[in-house]
Design a protein around this ligand. Structure first.
Ligand SMILES: [Zn+2]
Length: 259
């Protein structure tokens, strides 16, 4: 995977507010093959939800490091609590459960395939108006049945069995994080949504991009285009140097005043 640049981050920011999943898929596709080709896009879209989350965690580790700081809220006292953990310490379950066929009332048996991130992209694009039509669309994608089949099935007697089967087909890493509230010591268990977290984090970084370009341009006099094509580790390294030299100037100025 090549390194993330400012250009990638700005491209993501353009799309992710409306279509977060599609935008993240196209980002990982660009990083995987150095440009976004149909083949790399198709390869990413074919990842099952757990494979996708694993890939995203790996990307996060490479681009922004292993340590994650997330905020959550205590259910008991409402206090905000920060959770700090390492991606390498996460309990990443790699067991694959085979999906059992569902036998319908008419004796037809259907087996759902595991959902893929491309299915969620499709769901995002079609944006069905209610929960039933969302479930129906996913069911049709997971069974290869024609449009309308899912809605009909959800109205029928096998609906609960099919919903359970869809739930099994939608298995992601299901990461649960636990900590204690710093204010009242209550147990806090929270679900870590990898896609959501990484997307929000990248959007937040992209918002600071113009400040970073401004800071680097002031010190090094490079053009915006040059700065935006820097890999994220280079950009961070230059920002740290600028910070350090600003701090040194600050210190020598204050020493100068005292003497
Ligand atoms: Zn609390």
């Amino acid at each position: 995977m090549r390194e993330l640049t400012g250009v990638d981050e700005l491209m993501l920011a353009d799309g992710a507010k409306v279509n977060p999943i599609a935008s993240m898929i196209s980002l990982l596709s660009r990083l995987s093959s150095d440009h976004e080709s149909d083949a790399s896009l198709a390869a990413i879209e074919a990842l099952t939800l757990d494979e996708w989350e694993r890939k995203l965690l790996y990307f996060r580790q490479q681009a922004l490091g292993d340590v994650i700081t997330a905020e959550c809220q205590c259910n008991k006292c409402g206090e905000g609590v920060s959770l700090v953990f390492r991606i390498s310490d996460l309990p990443v379950d790699t067991t694959i459960e085979s999906l059992q066929p569902v036998v319908l009332n008419n004796n037809e048996s259907v087996t759902l395939r595991p959902l893929r991130i491309g299915d969620l992209k499709k769901l995002e694009a079609e944006n069905p108006p209610d929960k039933t039509s969302r479930l129906a669309l996913l069911m049709e994608l997971a069974t290869g049945k024609p449009e309308g089949w899912g809605t009909e099935m959800l109205r029928g007697e096998n609906n609960q069995q099919l919903i359970n089967a869809l739930d099994a087909a939608a298995k992601d890493l299901d990461l649960q994080l636990g900590t204690n509230c710093t204010a009242c010591d209550a147990d806090i268990q929270t679900h870590f949504d990898v896609t959501d977290f990484v997307t929000v984090e990248l959007l937040r970084n992209a918002e600071q991009m113009l400040d970073h370009v401004h800071t680097i341009a002031q010190s090094y006099h490079w053009s915006e285009a040059e700065i935006l094509t820097l890999g994220i580790s280079r950009r961070t390294a230059y920002l740290l140097r600028i910070d350090a030299s600003t701090a040194i100037k600050g210190v020598s100025r204050s020493i100068g005043k005292e003497t």
